[in-house]
Design a protein around this ligand. Structure first.
Ligand SMILES: *[C@@H]1O[C@H](CO)[C@@H](O)[C@H](O)[C@H]1NC(C)=O
Ligand SMILES: *[C@@H]1O[C@H](CO)[C@@H](O)[C@H](O)[C@H]1NC(C)=O
Ligand SMILES: *[C@@H]1O[C@H](CO)[C@@H](O)[C@H](O)[C@H]1NC(C)=O
Ligand SMILES: *[C@@H]1O[C@H](CO)[C@@H](O)[C@H](O)[C@H]1NC(C)=O
Ligand SMILES: *[C@@H]1O[C@H](CO)[C@@H](O)[C@H](O)[C@H]1NC(C)=O
Length: 782
């Protein structure tokens, strides 16, 4: 059994040390009574569903008494439900004696300069000086401010670890709306480096793309019109995807969708449009229409790219339930007038295999794929053969299947997660691998497929963001880890030599990453599989079972979701003398494609077996003890902790925190906007076998009325663009109905105007209050 300890000694020299005293947890147990808690009465309705089941050899019928909570959020009864539930939670939290200290400490743990989207913008025009662009949040979760910095400003800021942000503010997101609800989701700079394009979203709704010149900043404003004062008149309507510029700056291609009807219309109806700069949108030209792309065209999502030299436009689409199999086409722009009947070639005409576009290099289309059973993914290419080009009425008439050539073959010992390959710096490809459960990055030559070098070989556990445009000779990697909120590295080509430098490291004042340690351990799951997990703790923390442990898990979509920085996690770790634990459950990508496939679809229960195995291992090793365990997960992870809570023996878990979870998996899959897209992953309830598998664990349908439950706090967001908050409403209503006298609280805190990704100090305060009160613990460090 391998057990590794990573200590971040590298960071020591850069720290402003303010040591905290040795963590010693106060063992005094305050008995917190929940007997005063009276849960709101919630109306039950006579609603049943019936679905084909393989086990029953016919339909299974079950009742859904809180179905009405899935209705329109502005229904007065639903508003009242939310109000009543929040009132109970607020009342409970009022009794939390540590609240002020929690608030102060959490605020401090989220006070570091949050640099994001750090990139170098270079112009295709000779002689134009490149510059830097990034967004910055200075404290808490304020709106982002975008900055631009000259080469000189950037270099001098690097010398002093970004004492102050390099350059000057360019766009303050607070000025995009009166109520601060609008923010930038995606952005893109024009190839000449003159224009900034930004997609604005708010309240869970995708808005429009707006444009402004980099020399026309938005840093103060009298009015707050959509897109902000001083923007260009051009806009791109209804497009949730990145547009593709023509390098000559004359125009831009963009994917346009139909109205989504508040997320309920599954017909995307994509049109790929061309907008000529400075003209009215009514003159935009449709170059590709999903209505002409076969039976799945209308239901597919499309994205587009232009090659860095502007010669090629590629269009790729996929629809739900095909494992992201793509159908792709390309057109050669020089020599053709942009119109609705251009000539095209097919690259993959019929959703033949998954292909995540990387880009066009040297007249070949590069993509990431698991074609030919390459479960760990590889990079392949298709030669763009213009001799096959034709004008067609229906895109399905294009049936050429050009040869697929492997460039970077699959590795059996490491896997590439989805969307983790990038073209950069002329003919180079950066590939992110998961090796031994950790992220590593390598640079390859796109032409020969040769591995050139590893990036940051000494830095493990990367969780971050890559920026590096094909026409730039600079790449930037920003990453974070559980004890270090942000590190930004810059790579610059000097001829054949890649110069690597640390641009800045951001730390939480008063804490030293070196005070903490990490170990990898393995639990044995129900079927004998060894499940890796990481424990992090302050050095010297006892292993006599007295410490509390906060356990975080995910286990979906072949992703690794661990070892990132979150203020609530880190504050727990530093303040309570406890352990923070990261489960690498099957269904995630921790040990490659097979690790995901082992728990996908009808095998999903294995994810929950793995969670339980890890939790029980923590008790066996006296890292913690029954009742001292906080189990938390977000999104799919919230669904997992809901399932595990139902299955765990009474008394094992102390607090369960499902964050933004689809806790009624059946109705989520059948009735929510993105539900169908999750069927393959969770188990497809439209098939009899899939229904049985999901029905056996779906959290709402498996609440045990005869078992004492741990403390539960659900935190759905009202602007969640992926998981409607109603699944948390229904779950808490049933839990409270079955357990009116549970000795631990069963609570809902509805988070207003927040989307799927939690980033909010307020909800973390609730979490830590419930943890303190339910476990009877308090802070041991200042
Ligand atoms: C069985 O379930 C399906 C799907 O919900 C439904 O269409 C059908 O009417 C049901 N059959 C019976 C006999 O209830
Ligand atoms: C929800 O109700 C509000 C107010 O009655 C209404 O404006 C809105 O269109 C409704 N939304 C949906 C999706 O029906
Ligand atoms: C933008 O539109 C406004 C109103 O139609 C017009 O007055 C203004 O000149 C336009 N600006 C540019 C740069 O075209
Ligand atoms: C997706 O592609 C794979 C090949 O990689 C193929 O086996 C599978 O049938 C395709 N799925 C669909 C729905 O076409
Ligand atoms: C909960 O407690 C109340 C008051 O003691 C009691 O009347 C009620 O029967 C209990 N309910 C359950 C389900 O145990």
């Amino acid at each position: 059994m391998r057990s590794s300890i990573f200590l971040f000694s590298l960071l020591a020299g850069l720290l402003a040390l303010a040591t905290t005293s040795e963590a010693r947890r106060r063992l005094s147990r305050r008995a917190v009574s929940t007997s005063q808690l009276v849960y709101p009465k919630v109306r039950r309705v006579d609603k049943t569903w019936s679905y084909p089941s393989a086990n029953a050899q016919g339909n299974v019928t079950y009742s859904d008494p809180y179905f009405w909570l899935e209705g329109n959020a502005s229904d007065p009864d639903i508003e009242q439900f939310v109000k009543d539930q929040n009132a109970v939670t607020d009342e409970y939290v009022k009794g939390c004696k540590g609240k002020d200290a929690i608030t102060k400490s959490l605020t401090q743990a989220s006070s570091y300069d949050k640099y994001k989207f750090v990139q170098q913008i270079s112009s295709i025009n000779e002689g134009d000086e490149p510059f830097y662009l990034y967004s910055l949040v200075k404290t808490g979760d304020q709106p982002s401010v975008w900055y631009t910095a000259s080469m000189e400003e950037w270099q001098s800021a690097k010398k002093n670890n970004f004492n102050s942000p390099p350059g000057k503010p360019f766009l303050d997101e607070a000025l995009l709306s009166d109520d601060g609800s609008q923010s930038i989701l995606y952005q893109s700079a024009s190839p000449d480096g003159k224009v900034f394009a930004y997609l604005v979203i708010g309240n869970g709704e995708v808005g429009m793309w707006y444009f402004r010149n980099f020399d026309s900043p938005l840093t103060q404003a009298k009015t707050k019109p959509a897109g902000g004062e001083g923007r260009l008149n051009d806009t791109l309507p209804l497009s949730a995807d990145i547009p593709a510029w023509l390098p000559n700056g004359k125009g831009i291609f963009y994917p346009m969708t139909v109205e989504s009807d508040a997320g309920t219309n599954p017909d995307h109806g994509y049109k790929i449009q061309y907008h000529e700069w400075g003209t009215d949108n009514s003159k935009d030209i449709t170059v590709f229409d999903a209505a002409n792309a076969g039976p799945h065209g209308q239901g597919s999502w499309y994205f587009i790219q232009t090659s860095p030299d502007g010669r090629w436009l590629t269009v790729s689409g996929y629809y739900e339930g095909t494992d992201v199999n793509m159908t792709s086409y390309a057109t050669l722009l020089p020599g053709q007038e942009i119109s609705s009947n251009m000539k095209w070639i097919s690259l993959s005409p019929d959703y033949d295999f998954p292909m995540y576009a990387i880009g066009v290099i040297d007249e070949s289309y590069y993509f990431q794929t698991d074609k030919d059973n390459a479960k760990n993914q590889k990079v392949s290419k298709i030669k763009l053969d213009w001799s096959k080009a034709r004008q067609v009425k229906q895109f399905t008439e294009l049936q050429d299947r050009p040869e697929v050539i492997d460039v970077i073959p699959e590795r059996k010992d490491a896997s590439i997660p989805q969307f983790s390959t990038w073209v950069t710096a002329t003919n180079k490809i950066v590939v992110l691998y998961i090796e031994n459960g950790q992220n590593t990055m390598y640079l390859y030559c796109a032409i020969t497929g040769k591995k050139l070098q590893q990036l940051l070989p000494d830095e493990k556990l990367i969780y971050g963001e890559f920026q590096g445009l094909p026409n730039s000779d600079t790449m930037i990697i920003r990453y974070e880890s559980w004890n270090t909120p942000s590190k930004i590295y810059e790579f610059t080509w000097e001829g054949d030599h890649l110069d690597t430098s640390l641009a800045t490291i951001r730390l939480i004042e008063g804490t030293n990453p070196d005070d903490f340690a990490i170990e990898e351990l393995y639990a044995t799951s129900k079927d004998g599989t060894k499940i890796p997990y990481f424990i992090t703790y302050r050095k010297g923390t006892k292993r006599d079972g007295s410490a509390p442990a906060w356990v975080h898990g995910y286990g979906f979509y072949a992703l690794i979701d661990n070892l990132f920085y979150a203020p609530n996690y880190f504050d727990f770790l530093r303040s309570y003398g406890g352990y923070f634990v990261w489960i690498c459950a099957r269904g995630g990508g921790d040990l490659g494609g097979e690790w995901h496939d082992a728990a996908v679809g009808v095998k999903r229960q294995r994810t929950y077996d793995d969670y339980l195995a890890v939790v029980q291992d923590l008790v066996r090793l006296k890292i913690t003890s029954p009742g001292n365990i906080i189990l938390e997960g977000g999104s799919g992870g919230a669904m997992a902790v809901g399932a595990v809570m139902n299955q765990a023996p009474a008394g094992l878990l102390g607090v369960v925190l499902p964050v933004r979870g689809p806790l009624d998996v059946i109705q989520f899959e059948l009735r929510s906007a993105i539900g169908a897209g999750n069927r393959a992953e969770f188990g497809d309830v439209t098939t009899p076998d899939g229904f049985d598998a999901v029905f056996a664990w779906s959290p709402l349908q498996n609440i045990d009325p005869n078992k004492e439950y741990p403390a539960v706090l659900l935190t759905p967001g009202t602007a969640d663009e992926r998981v409607p908050p109603s699944y948390s409403y229904k779950f808490v209503a049933q839990l409270q109905y079955d357990h009116p006298n549970n000795s631990k609280p069963l609570l809902l805190a509805v988070v207003k105007n927040r989307g799927h990704i939690p980033s909010n100090v307020v909800e973390s305060i609730y979490q830590l209050c419930i943890i303190e009160e339910s476990l009877g613990i308090s802070r041991v460090t200042a």
